[in-house]
Structures are given as C-alpha cells and as structure tokens.
Design a binder for this molecule. Structure first.
Ligand code: GLU
Length: 438
C-alpha cells in the first residue's frame, strides 16, 4: 500500500513551505488510496514544545489536511536504541570523542587548505585505552555511522537519476553525546518499521537521503522511493507582511481561507497553472505528481490574495458565519462580491446599520428628496431598485452616473460598493427614506 508521511519538528509554527510538503504528501496519498502518516519529529526534547505540536495539528486540520495515523519519535527511543545496537554489532557505528570546538578547528584547517569538510574518522582508529582515557577526562562519546565507499544512486521522482559519492561525505552522527539519537537515524527506523513507501520532502534533504539510503540498507529495510521538491521561493518584504507573514496562523488571522492556500500550494512548482479549487476533493482529483518539476516554486502573496478574493465572492454564509457573528445571510449574499478580505464585511455592516456621512451638493439633495417620494411600498426585494428607478427617471434630466451616484452616496456615504439593488432591501424603506431626505 502507498504510505507517505509528513514529519514536522514541533519547534515552531507551520509556514507555507512546510505546509506545501504536508499538502503534497496528503494529496498523493489520497489520490492513490494510500495512508498519510503524521510523524512528530520530537527527539530534540529541549526544543520540542507541546504547544507547537498542538498548533501544527490545529493548522493542518484547519486546512483540511487530515492524517490516518500519528506517531511520536519521543516515544520510540527504544526502537532507535535497538537499531543502533545492530549497527554497532555489524561494525557500522563507532564512538568519537571530539568536542564541537575541536571539530570546528578541524573543518577550518581543511578549509584553509582548500579541502572539503569531511570528518577524518579519527574515532575509528582509537584504541580501547585511548577511549578509556577520554572517559576518565569526563568526555562522553557520540556515535557515527560508518559509510561504505560505494556510490549512492537513486532514481528521484522529481530530480531524476541522483548520484552521491560516499567518499565525499562525512560519516553522519547518529547518537549525540547525551545518548539521544538524531533525526538521521530515527527517521530511517520509522520509515522502515512503518513501511513508508514514498518519501516526499524538500530539496534541502537531498544529502540526508544519500546517507539515509545506506542506513536503510544497513538496517535491513527496503529503501522507499524518494521525491525531493524544489524549495519554495518567497518574495520577502511588503507583500508577505500585508498578510502578516508566511505562517499559516498569520494567514488565517488575516482572513485567508484554507482552499486559497491549498489551491496555490498544490500548483506552484508544477507545470499546471494555478487555479482555484473550492474543496479538497476536487484538488485531490486533479492532483498529478508527475507535474512537479525542478524549477523553484515561486510563492507570491499577491497570487494568494487573488485566489482568496475569488473564493470569498463565492463562499456560502455557513462558511463565514463564525467570523461574522453580527451578520445574517441576506447581508452576506449582498456584500460578498465586493470584498477584498472578509474583514471588510464589518465595515459594510456598519454602513448599513450605523450612521453615515454623505457629501452631496444642493442639486443632488433636491433630486434625492424628490426621488424619496417615489419609493415603493414595502416589502422590498431585489427588484425594488429597478422599479423605483423606472419611476424616478421621467421626473429628472439625470441619467447614468449622474442619476445613480447621488443615490449611492446618500445611501452608503461612498462612491463604490455592492449593487444598490441588493443594498436597498437590507436598508429597508424607512432608513432609505431617511437617508435620501437627510
Ligand atoms: N523533521 C524533519 C524536518 O522537518 C523531517 C524531514 C523528513 O521529511 O524526513 O525537516
């Protein structure tokens, strides 16, 4: 069975970059009747926070990205220990005693000679006596995985044939000095034991993949397929600030709706044009993994705003009810097509229900007073405006903008806004009369 995972570290809030990884994994799983695992990468107990995990779940749920199962790395330390024991038994794990400062000096020396920062495997050559000496000095070992020399090759589903020379890489640290296994090992043990079939993640993990492929093999797991997505390129500055930044929570607070975010993130970096999908199922149906390419995916907030606006104009009242507790459905249907963001709805509510100031000249006032006398009796509906205007027209020389702009200004105080035929029934006959004859 197809099984994928999204593996966030709970050390911060989700932003558009990691949500894109989550979404693509989710869409791929759902498209192929597969399993989407949410794996919380919380081996780093000092930096991992329960609040962040809760926020990650809340954000994913809000977006409609649901998981079929959840795992926590912090509850699987015994599994990682067993894996490390196996590697040690097979002579693929060795103790090292260098401090971070010593390693840093070594890297600097290599750099000064124009050499790559590859670890010198000094740990491998230590005698038992030397190790005991270190321990007596109070040093604790960290453990590295011994890479073998063979070339590492995989057919990446996005990048194509990918090659790495193990001899050009450092043996990765798998167990820290405090005994805690690091991501490199934990991730492989989980992918292997949980039978993940495809790992879809960002291009920043390509070199991790190279060493992890040797690890899957050393631990006797079958190697999953890999797909490394080109990283998201965000435009910094004004634009992203307008929506409060690139965190999902900030976008939500600025009134961006889930399907605007999902629609954009599912399409950027693919050969398909960005288009708006109104629900997750249609996005799943249209999803095609083969459309992902190597070109960087450009994330443009202006594009998100455009999608969100389009979505807003179609949203049923039920979808906004919670946010607009003051409003009713008739109001929403009248104003939604004119909103750029949902927060503007409040302004229109206040225009309809509060006091307004209209800038009108003497002639306009006179015209409006006359028109007020011709208002039709209640009840009013969407046809009332046209019927009233038909009665007003023969009594005045005004036409076009000259005719309707004073009406609009008198009724709303503004020169632009929702269609008057929709606003009139919301205002009602009394308030309309009052505003026209003010
Ligand atoms: N916790 C890792 C990260 O957030 C997971 C990477 C992976 O998908 O293997 O970068």
């Amino acid at each position: 069975m197809t099984k994928v995972r999204f593996a966030p570290s709970p050390t911060g809030f989700l932003h558009v970059g990691n949500v894109r990884t989550a979404l693509v994994n989710f869409l791929f799983a759902k498209k192929h009747g597969g399993h989407f695992l949410l794996r919380i990468d919380d081996t780093d107990t000092a930096r991992s926070k329960a609040e962040y995990e809760a926020a990650i779940k809340e954000d994913l749920s809000w977006l409609g990205i649901t998981w079929d199962s959840i795992e926590h790395q912090s509850q699987r330390f015994d599994r990682y220990k067993l894996a490390a024991d196996k590697l040690a038994k097979d002579d693929r794990l060795y103790a090292c005693y260098e401090t971070a400062e010593e390693l840093d000096v070594q890297r600097k020396m290599l750099a000064s000679r124009g050499l790559p920062p590859i670890y010198n495997r000094a740990g491998l050559k230590l005698t038992d006596e030397q190790k005991q000496n270190y321990e007596r000095q109070g040093r604790r070992p960290h453990f590295r995985f011994l890479l073998n020399d063979e070339e590492i090759v995989w057919d990446d589903l996005i990048r194509g044939d990918t090659h790495f020379k193990a001899t050009h890489m450092s043996d990765p640290v798998l167990i820290r000095e405090d005994g805690v296994p690091v991501y490199t090992l934990a991730s492989v043990v989980d992918d292997g034991e949980m039978a993940v079939t495809r790992v879809i993640r960002g291009e920043d993990h390509v070199s991790n993949t190279a060493v992890q492929i040797q690890l899957y093999k050393a631990l006797g797991f079958s190697v999953p397929q890999f797909a490394h997505m080109a990283l998201l390129k965000t435009k910094e500055g004004e634009m992203s600030k307008r929506l409060g930044g690139n965190d999902i929570r900030a976008l939500r607070e600025s009134g961006v709706f889930p399907m605007a975010i999902n629609s954009l993130l599912a399409r950027i970096g693919t050969s398909d044009a960005v288009e708006l999908f109104y629900d997750m199922q249609s996005l799943i149906d249209s999803f095609d993994f083969k459309k992902f390419g190597r070109a960087p995916a450009n994330y443009d907030v202006a594009e998100l705003e455009k999608l969100n606006e389009k979505l807003l104009h179609q949203l049923p009242f039920a979808a906004v009810k919670e946010k607009l507790s003051f409003a009713d459905e008739a109001f929403w249907l009248a104003v939604r097509a004119n909103l750029k963001t949902i927060s503007e709805a409040k302004m229109w509510w206040e225009i309809l229900h509060g006091d307004i100031r209209a800038e009108l000249n003497h002639d306009e006032r006179e015209f409006l007073r006359g028109a007020a006398h011709l208002l039709l009796p209640a009840p009013w509906d969407e046809n009332t405006y046209d019927a009233w205007l038909a009665a007003v027209k023969p009594t005045t020389a005004r036409k076009g903008k000259e005719l309707f702009m004073p009406i609009r200004k008198a009724l709303t105080g503004l020169e632009h806004g929702p269609e008057l035929k929709k606003l009139l029934p919301l205002l009602g006959r009394d308030k309309t009369t009052k505003r026209l004859s003010a």
